[in-house]
Write a protein that binds this ligand. Structure first.
Ligand code: NAD
Length: 510
């Protein structure tokens, strides 16, 4: 039974019926916005943005603080909505979709003024005596926000807070798998008194997302799969608009021989099964040296067996949010088994449950010929490969088309830091599952196929701005002007020799 079922359309509006992946009960229907509706929304956003950009940081922040108030007051509603649409456990709905957005929104309400403060600095070199530079962080205008289904509130609220604090308007196209969560966030901004059209949500599918990219927005902030990211990046390239692409990953975990195995096993299970494994920087591959392999696997097996799975609120690992993802998870496990892998725990759908539940799983005897170790699985699977030592683990961690994040477990912070610097990923954690996205001070973004650009913190919010330098000249006349003569050319060459032909002066000047 499809979670997102296409219905007979009404004219040029595609219609969908949505079901809960946990209960398979119908949640509701929605219609995709048409191209004309998308364009109209962007035009409305542009109007709203003009006055929004004129407000001070303190005024913009006040709206965000009020949004946090509303989120706190209506957190039960958010949790219920997210659980209905995704089937994630209540604990994860609270931590990921209520707590994290409160942290994110508050962070930018408090710090945007500092991150985006106008800066004045004298020019260097010969220009230091005559020119002063002022750097203004100017909003880009209208940001098109395209989001996935794995954290429907958090992955909307975080870029929204940054884009708004930077003075932009936002038009969002949420995932067709979680359309009602995004609508709820929109509703919460209305309750918080946000100005009309400063934040709009348009329902739809991939075509609606593509329509948003070509609707004249000034930047696209995209979070989703590599395949769609490539299309969005190409479309933005054609339009010469900036884009951040936060894409998928195949994050590796390296267990060092000196690791606290209890802690590392806990990290492996949590990193792999959290949010049903639907976490862009979830742990998808675990490399363990043979010296500690047996005790580590034993601990992981015990911990995974202890996980509760059910369609009630009392569970540790919830539903697979989308039947299409279930197909990928099943295909990867089947491929691994066919190539000689052994399943120690789980390995199949949960036969006791009606909805889309894949059992928390441990798979061993893996290698890089298997899809499970090469392509993003996005399921609750601890996939463990035995290695000789940390060097082999590192080589295998880097043997990937992806490069989002990763984690290293060791009692030696020095060793952890040294390995972390050699992992080819956007970020790394030592002795923790990959939680960089939740630490606003750490810029987050992938390398290789995992994305382009970074989000979060100072770096992220500045990505929603154009850094606009204004150079003021205090000289009485314009230098180097006409007419050009043989003498003026010779004088220029003498100046080059004098200023840069001497190492001491060269260093002093620049
Ligand atoms: P997806 O690429 O299928 O869809 C993402 C969004 O793009 C959806 O809203 C979709 O409707 C829209 N879309 C689809 N086709 C489009 C097109 N041609 N033009 C414009 N928009 C289009 O991804 P998904 O399945 O929703 O999300 C899961 C993926 O997201 C995983 O790969 C996961 O790793 C990744 N993800 C990355 C991060 C990160 O920060 N790096 C965070 C969360 C999820």
């Amino acid at each position: 039974m499809a979670i997102v079922e296409a219905l007979p359309g009404d004219g040029d509006r595609r219609r969908y019926r949505l079901r809960s992946p946990a209960t398979l009960k119908e949640i509701g229907e929605f219609e995709a916005s048409t191209e004309a509706m998308v364009q109209a929304a962007v035009a409305r956003a542009r109007k709203a943005q003009a006055s929004w950009a004129g407000r001070s940081f303190a005024e913009r922040a006040e709206y965000l603080w009020r949004l946090v108030d509303v989120i706190v007051q209506r957190q039960d509603e958010i949790v219920e909505q997210v659980m209905r649409e995704t089937g994630k456990p209540r604990n994860e709905a609270i931590s990921m979709e209520v707590m994290a957005p409160c942290v994110q929104i508050s962070h930018y309400a408090k710090r945007a003024a500092k991150y985006l403060a106008t800066k004045r600095r004298p020019a260097s070199g010969m220009m230091r005596f005559s020119k002063k530079v002022t750097l203004f962080y100017q909003p880009l205008g209208v940001v098109g926000l395209i989001t996935p289904w794995n954290a429907p509130i958090a992955l909307s609220a975080n870029p929204l807070a940054q884009a708004l604090m930077a003075g932009n308007a936002v038009v969002q196209k949420p995932s067709e798998v979680t359309p009602f969560s995004a609508m709820l966030l929109k509703e919460l901004t209305v309750a918080a008194g946000f100005p009309d059209d400063i934040y709009q949500v348009l329902q739809g599918d991939g075509e609606t997302g593509a329509a948003l990219v070509r609707a004249g927005v000034d930047k696209v902030s995209f979070t989703g799969s590599v395949a769609t990211g490539r299309k969005v990046g190409e479309a933005c390239g054609r339009r010469l608009i900036p884009v951040t692409l936060e894409l998928g990953g195949k994050d590796a975990m390296i267990v060092c021989r000196d690791a606290d195995l209890e802690r590392a096993a806990e990290g492996a299970v949590r990193g792999s099964c959290w949010n049903t494994g639907h976490y862009c920087c979830g742990t998808e591959r675990v490399y363990v040296p043979e010296a500690v392999y047996e005790p580590f696997v034993e601990k992981v097996v015990t911990k995974t067996r202890a996980l509760k799975q059910s369609d009630s609120e009392e569970c540790d690992v919830g539903a697979v949010f989308w039947d299409r993802q279930m197909e990928t998870i099943e295909a990867h496990v089947a491929d691994a088994k066919a190539r000689g892998a052994r399943v120690l725990v789980g390995g199949a759908r949960n036969p006791a449950l009606r909805g889309y539940f894949f059992q928390p799983t441990v798979v061993v005897d893996l290698n890089h010929d298997m899809a499970l170790m090469r392509h993003e699985t996005f399921g609750p699977i601890v996939a463990i490969q035995k290695v000789r030592d940390e060097e082999e683990a590192l080589a295998l961690a880097n043997d990937s088309a992806y490069g989002l994040s990763g984690n290293i477990w060791t009692r030696s912070i020095e060793r952890g830091m040294a390995l972390a610097r050699r992992i080819e990923t956007g970020s790394v954690c030592v002795n923790d599952m990959a939680i960089t996205y939740g630490v606003a001070e750490a810029p987050f973004g992938g390398v290789k196929a995992s994305g382009v650009g970074q989000v979060n913190g100072e770096t992220g919010i500045r990505g929603y701005c154009h850094l606009h330098p204004v150079v003021v000249n205090s000289e009485k006349r314009v230098r180097g002007g006409y007419p050009y003569t043989a003498e003026s050319a010779a004088a220029l060459q003498r100046a080059v020799r004098f200023l840069f032909g001497n190492r001491f002066l060269r260093r002093f000047l620049v």
